[in-house]
Design a protein around this ligand. Structure first.
Ligand code: ZN
Length: 137
């Protein structure tokens, strides 16, 4: 089953109001939702663009993975998220092709959706997130 679509592009930001000024006000994307995620230590804003979204990630502590990424590399593109209909099948195919996953098993969000990350060293420097959209594709 081929992937469904680009679900979202994620961007790490150091200033959420400034980022929203660009993506929402200047570019004209609509705000789809915001989330204060204590578990991942990030503030998240989703902006809708067609069937895809832009995800803005702002660290809220100094020691989260996203905070370390921001300190090391500065603001910018963080990952591309590809929606798939069967995440376990997609992960098995990735593994069978000798590509390294960051998550050996899918992780589960609070809303029950499952996701996993592919290691950027196996993808030419692009962090890829797989996201399971049930009942599609
Ligand atoms: Zn994401």
């Amino acid at each position: 089953m081929p992937p469904i679509k680009i679900d979202h592009l994620a961007v790490v930001v150091d200033d959420m109001p400034a980022a929203l000024n660009f993506w929402q006000q200047a570019l004209g994307l609509t705000l789809g939702g915001t989330e204060h995620n204590e578990h991942e230590a990030v503030d998240i804003a989703f902006l809708n663009v067609g069937e895809s979204r832009v995800e803005l990630l702002k660290p809220i502590t100094d020691d989260s993975g996203i905070a370390k990424y921001l300190a090391k590399r500065g603001p910018g593109m963080h990952h591309v998220c590809i929606a798939v209909s069967d995440i376990e099948a997609a992960m098995a195919t990735i593994r069978a092709n000798g590509v390294e996953l960051i998550n050996e098993t899918p992780r589960t969000r609070e809303d029950g959706t499952r996701y996993a990350f592919v290691h950027p060293k196996s993808t030419g420097g692009v962090m890829v997130e797989l996201y399971e959209l049930k009942g599609q594709g």
